[in-house]
Design a protein around this ligand. Sequence first.
Ligand code: 13P
Length: 253
Amino acid sequence: MRKQIAAANWKMNLTIQQAETLVSDLLSASFDLNQEREVVFAVPFPYLVSIQNIIAGKEHVSVAAQNCYNKLSGAYTGEVSAEMLKSIGVPYVIIGHSERREYFNETNAVLAEKVSICFEYGLKPIFCCGEALSIREAGTQNSHVENQLKESLFHLTEEHLTGFVIAYEPIWAIGTGKTATSEQAQEMHAHIRKVLATQYSEALANSISILYGGSVKAANAKEIFGQPDVDGGLVGGSSLIATEFSVIINSLK
Ligand code: 13P
């Protein structure tokens, strides 16, 4: 079975004290985690090491960075490189979140550079894709997402892509309380898998975890995660509340 993943994306929220309390509260509950059911906390850069210390020894729980730069190193004040993340033992990094695309002008081409660098340093990207409302209304969401994958991932080989995670996050569902229906999520996830199978192989397509993101909460996680091509979620707002996120973790297949 593919990995089922409950990933928390805290975005730019929480003080370190709040963050440590949240993770400690969550970890005091017992979850049925294993090789195929993982929890990931995508935390702000300054918290990576302390959260890693809190989760140390907890199997199948890890951290992710929320971004890294598209250059290896050098005079880029304020940026964080893939090599730095690797050097502190961070396994995952979110690449191409729609907020980064929108507010920081990250294009498909820039994201292509980032995923190459991630591969070089052995970091596993959680690569985000998804359409704006206008695209959904025009009915062109499938080709839009396909193009995001093509322009940012298809320069990589099948070997490079092994271990990648993809997150489908329709922009109109992020932070709006308006979730895609489980049918809409399943349809897009199946499309993404078909695109990967056509470009690479069925084996690769079937091995990649595809997470859904956009207003996932305790009340809808089980229904969404229950879809055959949905392998868990990338969760914003509801990941900041221990009682909500623990239900979401328990909703993994
Ligand atoms: P919300 O869960 O707050 O809608 O955010 C989703 C998201 O952007 C996760 O990366």
